[in-house]
Design a protein around this ligand. Structure first.
Ligand code: IMP
Ligand code: MG
Length: 194
């Protein structure tokens, strides 16, 4: 089935039921359902709630990819917590460009704060590897990483997620905030390249 612009205007439920979608030149197949995502997010949130009780952490989402995961996990936090976003980019098409660019800076003071970085996916690890020293320069009390996905086989830089919803094979995925050349972020569940 073609994933044409018309499909985006249909209710999310319709997209959910589709086994195969096309985005640009590529076909993707259904991979991780919204039910599985929700169940796993509840587990992660329970862990974060327990680990950060009384600590008032600041969650920092890395735009664009993390915005869905950040919004979903943030609403499951029952502790006092703040949220902010920054924009970094190291990706174009289906292979990493290797360049990390900060497009939107962080205004909040992080000195003495417990920081939880929220990412959509740790692929090569370059994005977070380049950004973490910046957090340490700002004298955060602690820094942990929560990622929706990680691809352990693709990792080239030393980055370890403290909270990871799903470890996946080294395959290109879209949906749940992740894009293929700008499209696919609004698909409610995860699809993988056929
Ligand atoms: P890293 O710096 O190589 O870890 O790449 C991280 C960024 O690459 C993520 O935040 C995503 O924006 C993008 N990325 C990596 N793998 C995928 C994928 O399978 N689908 C969509 N985007 C991806
Ligand atoms: Mg991306």
């Amino acid at each position: 089935m073609r994933h044409s612009p018309q499909h985006y205007s249909k209710p999310a439920k319709k997209l959910n039921a589709v086994a195969e979608i096309q985005i640009h030149d590529k076909v993707f197949v259904s991979f991780i359902s919204k039910e599985k995502i929700n169940a796993r997010l509840a587990e992660l949130a329970a862990q974060i709630n327990a680990d950060y009780a009384g600590k008032n952490p600041i969650v920092i989402g890395i735009l664009n990819g993390s915005f869905i995961f950040a919004a979903d996990i943030f609403r499951l936090l029952t502790i006092e917590a703040e949220i902010s976003f920054i924009k970094l980019a190291s990706y174009k098409g289906t292979s990493s460009t290797g360049n990390v660019v900060t497009a939107i800076g962080l205004e909040e003071t992080l000195k003495g704060r417990h920081v939880i970085i929220v990412e959509d996916i740790i692929d090569t690890g370059k994005t977070l590897h380049s950004f973490l020293p910046e957090l340490h320069n700002r004298q955060a009390a602690s820094v942990k990483i929560a990622t929706f996905l990680s691809k352990p086989e693709a990792l080239k830089y030393e980055v370890k997620a403290d909270y990871c919803a799903f470890e996946i094979e080294n395959k290109f995925v879209v949906g749940y905030g992740l894009d293929y050349d700008g499209l696919g972020r609004n698909i409610p569940e995860l699809y993988v390249l056929k």
